[in-house]
Design a protein around this ligand. Sequence first.
Ligand SMILES: Cc1cc2nc3c(=O)[nH]c(=O)nc-3n(C[C@H](O)[C@H](O)[C@H](O)COP(=O)(O)O)c2cc1C
Length: 182
Amino acid sequence: MKVVVLTGSPHTNGTTSLLADEFCSGAMESSHELIRFDTAKLKLNPCIGCDHCRKNEGKCVYEYDDMIEIILHLLTADAVVLVTPLYYFGMTSQLKRVIDRFYSVNDLLRENSKKLFLIAAGADKDEWAMDGIKAHYKSLCKYMNWQEGGMLLAYGLGTRQDAENSEYKLMARKLGKEMCHS
Ligand SMILES: Cc1cc2nc3c(=O)[nH]c(=O)nc-3n(C[C@H](O)[C@H](O)[C@H](O)COP(=O)(O)O)c2cc1C
């Protein structure tokens, strides 16, 4: 399977980068083709809703930022993995701007079935803390016509150290390794 991993944290060595690394190691053990974009490190403009793309055959007004490369890989991916820390109960704005930029190729992506996975981590331990991001993930799958591959919701991870000492590290690797079967 071709797998596109989109991470959303601004921390190079933070909590979710550890979970993303583990996921990728597991996926590589199962010989998946992996392409990872650490979106916070890329030049990506947020969608400004100008509808330039709608009037110009899908061409975004931001023709020369890094989104074009992401889109090219998304169009041929079998699976997409969103990896994000919780920021006020949702994904980070760094990752959300990538999702919003789906807009220019919305129809193509919707016709193009794939599995969507979510790995989210937050400091909170309350179950409700993930309600928002869970609902967003489910709505995205439904609207995009993508299959729900699976979610790893990691509670109580305020720091990378918390993640190192948690069972979520293994769970992320397992999710990567077994993603074909989900
Ligand atoms: C702006 C901001 C908002 C946050 N909002 C939440 C939140 O709503 N719920 C939560 O559990 N943790 C929240 N956190 C904590 C982070 O999700 C947590 O520290 C996470 O481990 C950071 O992951 P990272 O190192 O991969 O960036 C927030 C942190 C920041 C900086």
